[in-house]
Ligand binder design. Structure first.
Ligand code: HEC
Ligand code: HEC
Length: 492
């Protein structure tokens, strides 16, 4: 088991970046107003006040609001604005060239796979657009879906059908490497501020309760050795602010403090002259997202429907949905999620894994009281630690499953530490999505392949298999009651 309390790393200071509480203090409304304006702002390429280059060179859309649009600004997104990810399959070690050779091969495919000092990122975003007109050719060659910027309803139906039929596509690249394309559905941001406040201990407690009961077995999304993920379909991000600055760069191609814009595959060595947004602007953007109201449970007025909805709510418990979609975590009421990772079965597997869990052993005994003070930072001391598209490790991918041991030596003290990577089905694990607002956020699941609530439920497998089957064994009227209940979980 992961034991964060005993984690200790000598000589490593942790710098925890917290937004000053003052950001939400006296001038909070001014800050969120600026944040709202930035969220809706349509960015364009070109010089910015901070010395940056504006939108791009590669980007997925021109504003946050363009994707987060359903049921109001900050909502979920339709299927056509899905983010597309490109993964190089590096699991077949026998077919791999040497590390240096691998970097060369990957760089020829897309510069984003190879970072500074030849670090390899097996999964990247395949952006939809670029300021470079020749990019479209590369994007097509890599199998990028052809999706118009402003699709008609017919286009949208076609895209939805294609995705449901084939959520993963393989691209054969002549030289050794198989590439796989998968997608990510745009989540709604309502209530994100409340999720950001949920203490890690509350998630640990939920996981412990589930382990005891044995019905389901959620895992706290780990981030490195000492942090807990709260955001993203894989629970891959700890704090709302981290996700917001990641979105600035990954989705819009903005260079912002703490998150560089993605590599332009047409000019891999190009760097912008400065930032596109200041740290204060990024803080405003986060403050705005955090201020978005929580979704509501709306009981219908009409007595008969009301009774049906209440029946549905209790059946939701009875068939075991509530084991994962828990109504409340700590002070956050009506969330319908445990925010834990669950193995959802092979049909929902995706090549960008959830982060593996680490066990840590140090040669030297831990000094008293060290636990609270010191923790391991993410990437610095782990050998072989590539960064994924989300900036996290894809270690499990490289290790090819199973349990592996890695040794890290602290260069200053010479203390040897052993990390055991505990295998779970990292490619099949998803963070339970909060169901608040679910009536207004179709399509569903991590890639948006399900266009209705029933389809989303039908695709539950793995740990949720028993619950899914119980749902479909209910008489039709009772199934309808559960769906009626879900339809009362509305965006604010
Ligand atoms: C091209 C569409 C697109 C654009 C533009 C976009 N997003 Fe997103 N957003 C997504 C997708 C897709 C996800 C889900 C990613 C994941 O979980 O891996 C997401 C997830 C998020 C989340 C995490 C929510 C959660 O509960 O896990 C936040 C916060 C967020 N976006 C904020 C922003 C902000 C702020 C901007 C503008 C700077 C922005 N997004 C621009 C598509 C977009
Ligand atoms: C073992 C935990 C677990 C159980 C039990 C479970 N779910 Fe889920 N549910 C999840 C996870 C994880 C996902 C996301 C899967 C993905 O995106 O690939 C999900 C997704 C959903 C979605 C789509 C939400 C969205 O925003 O895309 C709905 C709706 C849903 N579940 C309803 C139900 C209902 C109804 C039941 C009971 C019949 C149920 N779930 C039982 C874990 C669970």
């Amino acid at each position: 088991m992961r034991n964060l309390e005993r984690m200790w790393w000598p000589c490593l200071a942790i710098v925890v970046l917290v937004l000053p509480a003052a950001a939400w203090g006296a001038d909070a409304s001014g800050v969120t107003a600026e944040g709202k304006q930035l969220f809706q702002h349509e960015f364009t390429p070109g010089k910015t006040a901070e010395g940056g280059d504006g939108l791009g060179p590669v980007f997925n859309h021109h504003s946050c609001a363009a994707c987060h649009s359903l049921a109001g600004t900050g909502g979920a997104g339709p299927v056509d604005v899905n983010a597309v990810t490109l993964t190089a399959d590096l699991t077949d070690r026998n077919r791999m060239p040497t590390r240096k050779g691998l970097a060369t091969v990957l760089r020829e495919i897309h510069g984003g796979f190879v970072g500074e000092r030849e670090t390899i990122t097996p999964s990247i975003l395949l952006h939809r657009f670029s300021t470079d007109s020749e990019y479209a050719g590369l994007q097509r060659e890599l199998g990028g879906p052809d999706i118009p910027l402003e699709p008609t309803p017919q286009d949208r139906n076609r895209i939805q059908r294609e995705l449901a039929r084939q959520p993963k596509t393989q691209v054969k690249w002549p030289k050794l490497i198989t590439l796989e394309l998968t997608q990510r559905n745009t989540t709604a941001l309502f209530g994100a501020g409340a999720i950001d406040q949920i203490p890690a201990a509350a998630l640990e407690a939920l996981a412990a309760t589930q382990a005891k009961k044995g019905e389901v077995s959620g895992r706290v999304p780990p981030i490195g050795l000492a942090k807990v993920g709260r955001f993203g379909w894989r629970g891959q991000t700890e704090r709302l602010h981290d996700f917001v600055i990641g979105a600035c760069s990954n989705e819009l191609g903005l260079e912002v403090p703490g998150s560089p814009q993605p590599t332009d595959p047409m000019r891999p060595r190009y760097r912008p002259g400065g930032y596109d947004l200041t740290a204060a602007q990024c803080a405003s953007l986060t403050a705005y997202v955090a201020s978005l109201p929580q979704p509501k449970f709306e009981l219908p007025k009409q007595a008969e429907r009301r009774a049906l909805v209440l029946q549905g709510r209790s059946l939701f418990d009875v068939v075991g949905c509530a084991a994962c979609h828990v109504e409340r975590i700590g002070p956050v009421e009506g969330l319908y999620s445990d925010l834990l990772l669950h193995d959802m079965g092979t049909a929902l597997a995706d090549p960008i894994p959830a982060e593996a869990t680490f066990e840590y052993h140090a040669d030297a005994p831990l000094p008293k009281g060290a636990a609270e003070k010191v923790a391991m930072t993410r990437s610095e001391n782990l050998p072989l630690r590539p960064r994924g598209y989300y900036g996290e490790s894809s270690l499990a991918n490289l290790l090819g499953g199973g349990t592996s041991t890695m040794i890290a030596v602290n260069p200053k003290t010479g203390i040897r530490s052993e990390f055991r990577v505990v295998a779970t089905s990292v490619e099949q694990e998803w963070r339970t999505p909060p169901l608040w607002g679910v009536a207004d956020s179709a399509p569903y699941l991590h890639d948006g392949r399900a266009d209705s609530l029933v389809d989303a439920i039908a695709l539950h497998g793995g740990e949720a298999d028993a619950s899914m089957k119980k749902f479909f064994e209910l008489p039709i009227t009772e199934r309808m009651a559960v769906l009626e209940f879900l339809c009362c979980l509305r965006a604010p």
